[in-house]
Design a protein around this ligand. Structure first.
Ligand code: NDP
Length: 247
């Protein structure tokens, strides 16, 4: 490990398992103290805290549903209380509704928009008050935010397309502070949200060039690079880690 984030403070949303947990642990391996949020899985969140502490760094876990504006704001304040500032924000909390658009009820549409879009915006606004110059904002979009090969992900893809343009717009606003804003777009990654086996996996697997699902650590590695000093001139960009899905 390069220890490129020694002394830095990171906040990773939705990090009790899956891609977020891998990112939190990887940023700690690089030297960061890490705050995480989760909505339900307190046990998973505690395991991530223990893993970060085992690496010799500090960690806090705060329960905050990304759809709950007050909870998100309070979580950011708690992270700042613990560590004084936030150098790296990773907007990872997200959800999907895999079903035909016509059959998607309004409450499910609201939920995916509230978590994947409004949650990202509200978290970023709250964090910006505490982010020094040279900070990093990294959102976890999706390869389907740019290109979509399978039906049933219309609303989800629309939210990830929103994350893409949010990233590009915000990069223009924060450049003068040396804060970079980037969107990491995974393809099919084996998690609870998108297990590598089952009917749903078959078309996604077929769309990859590498003929396999990705591992959470492969997304975390890209996030760690973008968070680090070597990526200081990368901003407003959409970095795809998708096994060639969008090739
Ligand atoms: P998982 O469902 O495996 O994990 C999601 C994590 O986010 C959990 O820690 C969960 O914690 C937390 N979370 C879920 N909902 C909320 C919420 N409302 N508020 C706060 N935390 C929440 O998902 P992945 O790891 O697969 O996905 C992570 C991100 O990556 C998402 O933004 C997803 O859209 C994106 N992505 C994933 C891909 C994949 O193939 N897996 C592909 C492309 C993008 P808890 O259980 O406690 O709520």
């Amino acid at each position: 490990m390069s220890h490129s984030l020694e002394g830095k403070v990171a906040l990773v949303t939705g990090a009790s398992r899956g891609i977020g947990a891998a990112i939190a642990k990887r940023l700690a391996q690089e030297g960061a103290n890490v705050a995480i949020t989760y909505s339900k899985d307190a046990k998973g969140a505690e395991a991530v805290v223990s893993a970060v502490e085992a690496l010799g760094h500090k960690a806090v876990a705060v329960q905050a549903d990304a759809a709950d504006v007050k909870a998100v704001t309070a979580a950011v304040e708690q992270a700042v209380k613990a560590f004084g500032r936030i150098d790296v924000l990773v907007n990872n909390a997200g959800t999907a509704i895999p079903k035909p658009f016509e059959d998607t009820p309004l409450d499910e549409l609201n939920r995916v928009i509230d978590i994947n879009v409004r949650g990202v915006m509200v978290t970023t606004q709250a964090v910006l008050k505490h982010m020094p110059n040279g900070g990093r904002i990294i959102s976890i979009g999706s390869c389907v935010g740019e290109r979509i090969m399978t039906p049933g992900l219309t609303a989800y893809a629309a939210t990830k397309g929103a994350v893409k343009m949010f990233t590009q717009g915000l990069a223009r606003e924060l450049g003068s502070r040396g804060i970079t804003v980037n969107n990491v777009q995974p393809g099919p990654i084996d998690t609870d949200l998108n297990p590598a086996s089952g009917d749903w996996a078959t078309p996604q697997l077929a769309a990859t060039a590498l003929n396999r699902y990705g591992h959470v650590d492969e997304v975390a590695a890209l996030v760690a690079f973008v968070a680090g000093p070597d990526a200081a001139y990368i901003t407003g960009t959409n970095l795809t880690v998708d096994g060639g899905t969008n090739a």
